[in-house]
Design a protein around this ligand. Structure first.
Ligand code: VAH
Length: 312
């Protein structure tokens, strides 16, 4: 059985629904510290788990006959800068708890997301490669980069089949993001529909690597289903979707909502955004397990507006 930790979060909701479709509702146990997300209710088992409570997590893994764990619980970049100790403790200890239990119980596979946030100001801005100078300057980035090395260690030392992707900023309509620097790319759609105007907390030409959630979920499933021999990266794979700036996504929205207006009021998240690459080179993921994004800016804008209008 599969355990999803952090199932009520932005990625967790969609990943849980996708896994249930593939493996069967009752074979995917959703868990979170928070209460069950509305979209998950009635689709399968839900347990309350605090990933920081290693003993309790271990009991659940045994009791629920878990063979795979997807660990999505984390504090993201902006929130992490407000609460460095909590971000480091949760992001790091949560992963170490899962890796250790997975080793002890000889679990089949573990999935753990990293992020393009591992890259810092000294990494190449354009087509940032899989291996390069990586000097994160946020607690979130530090915890994700350190976590990548722990994943690699558990693979090399204990043979644990743990796999990881460096997600760009993720855009989705089913569940809200929480505390990220790229969240403007989700807020802008909600505001465009509800208020026809959006005040953006990043400046207009802040290019960032982004990805539509459907692509991110497909990348995760494809990676986890790839033969172990194809996996050449046991830290975390670069994957790219589409890079754009607030100005570009606003213009794309205006082709659908002509009277939509945007204003800019950069805040502390601007420094975080400026430290990240503007685009990512994902050649290794394409070669190893056939990664291929499906959503460009035009397509994701249509998807987001259509689905958000429906939910009004
Ligand atoms: C964040 N959405 O903004 C996350 C992501 C690349 C950004 O890791 O912190």
């Amino acid at each position: 059985k599969i355990l999803v930790i952090g199932a009520s979060g932005q990625i967790g909701v969609e990943l849980t629904l996708a896994l249930r479709k593939i493996y069967g509702n009752n074979n995917v146990i959703a868990s979170d510290l928070r209460e069950e997300n509305e979209l998950l209710k009635g689709t399968g088992p839900y347990v309350s788990i605090d990933v920081m409570n290693k003993e309790m997590l271990h009991v659940q893994v045994i009791r629920q006959n878990i063979t795979q764990i997807y660990l999505l619980a984390a504090i993201l970049s902006a929130t992490g800068e407000k609460n460095p100790t909590l971000a480091w403790n949760l992001n790091m200890q949560g992963l170490l708890n899962v890796l250790d239990i997975a080793r002890e119980e000889n679990l089949k596979k573990v999935y753990w997301p990293s992020s393009i946030a591992v890259f810092g100001p000294t990494s190449p801005k354009q087509n940032c490669p899989q291996q390069t100078v990586i000097e994160p300057i946020t607690v979130y980035g530090i915890s994700k980069y350190a976590g990548e090395f722990w994943c690699n260690y558990y693979y090399q030392r204990f043979g644990l089949d743990v796999r990881s992707l460096r997600y760009p900023g993720l855009i989705s309509y089913k569940s809200a993001p929480g505390g990220g620097t790229t969240d403007y790319a989700v807020e802008i759609f909600n505001e465009a529909i509800e208020n026809k105007t959006y005040q953006c907390f990043l400046s207009e030409n802040t290019y960032l690597p982004m990805m539509y959630m459907t692509d991110a979920i497909n990348a995760t499933i494809n990676l986890m289903e790839a033969p172990a021999d194809n996996i050449s990266v046991r830290t975390s794979y670069n994957v790219a979707g589409v890079s754009f700036s607030p100005k570009e996504i606003a213009a794309e929205i205006q082709t659908h909502i002509p009277d939509f207006t945007i204003s800019y009021k950069p805040d502390s998240r601007q420094n975080i955004a400026d430290s990240w690459p503007q685009s990512i080179d994902d050649t290794v993921a394409r070669n190893d397990w056939g990664w291929q994004p499906a959503f460009n800016l035009q397509k994701l804008t249509i998807e987001m507006l259509d689905n958000l209008k429906l939910s009004l």
